[in-house]
Design a protein around this ligand. Structure first.
Ligand code: SF4
Length: 318
């Protein structure tokens, strides 16, 4: 992560892109800076401003245009906050915002305006969050989210998992992470050790939007997780100019299934301020899913869903 590219001018030089892309990015990158790890950058095509991986991370002046209906908190995280760092939206599950750090900055991120500075930053600071979860006997699953929880060191995460495992009613521990994709070397033996040592059933949910994100190192990282006996699911976001056609999503789903990863969700874009240029209409998404249904076995077709504030579960769009 220390080696990640944080300067748009440098990104443009490395990818043989005209300087004008760097010039227009300044305002968009001010509040939500560029952050691209080099293993992810290495999968982008040189000289192609429309590269689907580049589009996910390149700040554009389009982000600064106010769009009606696009807000700072599109999924009502604030309303679901039990206390700083703990969200409770759906029955039986609680989510811990373990960190605000990510190994990549996705321009469409629904938490790009999240008040991460208010959340706990150490196991001791998480104690109140853990006590809050322990006090609710209906919670059976904890989701480690963020930011990306795997930006934290394994020793810290192992201690957090130990504390959570002491809560008798908890059964599952889910980890939402993009790190096995953007820096696949993050899948270490230590990571697999704490994930498999806990009495809780571990589930890893990764985030891949396009088959070009999956290179040899990612194949290896995902294979290590799956081979450790941990279920791996993928969630993708339907993004204009990245994956908004049936061919691209068919290829992604096939690649995931080859790697024993379930293409679980295709999310309709959360309407976060700054991301309007990524939006694809729901009708177009439904049309794409119908094409996937005609091409793929049912288990390889992701559920097309939308997070609706206040709804008791993700809302199916088809
Ligand atoms: S990795 Fe996830 S949390 Fe982090 S910026 Fe991307 S979408 Fe947002």
């Amino acid at each position: 992560m220390k080696d990640a590219v944080r300067d748009v001018g440098e990104l443009c030089r490395l990818l043989d892109l005209p300087q004008r892309f760097a010039d227009q990015a300044a305002e968009a990158a001010h509040d939500f800076p560029l952050f691209v790890p080099r293993p992810f950058l290495a999968r982008m095509r040189l000289g192609d401003a429309n590269d689907p991986l580049l589009r996910q991370v390149l700040p554009l002046d389009a982000e600064t245009i106010l769009a009606e209906g696009f807000t700072l908190d599109p999924v009502a995280d604030a309303a679901a906050s039990l206390q700083p760092g703990v969200l409770h939206k759906y029955h039986g599950r609680a989510l811990i915002v373990t960190t605000g750090a990510c190994a990549v900055h996705c321009r469409y991120c629904f938490r790009r305006h999240f008040p991460y500075h208010e959340t706990p930053r150490s196991v001791n600071q998480w104690q109140r969050a853990i006590e809050r979860i322990a006090a609710d006997e209906s919670i059976h699953e904890v989701i480690l989210s963020g930011g990306d929880p795997l930006t934290l060191v394994d020793d810290l995460l192992a201690r957090l998992a130990d504390r959570l495992a002491e809560i008798p009613q908890l059964r599952r521990l889910r980890v939402h992470t993009r790190l096995p994709i953007v820096i696949p070397q993050r899948v270490t033996g230590e990571l697999l050790d704490w994930l498999t040592d806990t009495r809780l059933t571990p589930i890893v949910v990764v985030h891949v939007n396009h088959a070009a994100e999956i290179d040899t190192a990612v194949v290896e990282s995902l294979s290590r997780v799956v081979s450790a006996g941990i279920p791996v699911l993928n969630q993708a976001v339907l993004l204009r100019g990245v994956n908004d056609d049936a061919e691209t999503l068919t290829e992604l789903c096939e690649r995931l299934i080859d790697l024993r990863v379930i293409p679980y969700y295709l999310h309709q874009l959360d309407r976060v301020a700054g991301a309007a240029h990524f939006e694809v209409s729901i009708a177009r998404g439904q049309e794409i899913i119908r094409q996937l249904q005609a091409r793929l076995p049912g288990y390889a077709v992701p559920r097309f869903v939308q997070e609706v504030p206040g709804a008791p579960h993700k809302v199916s769009l088809i």
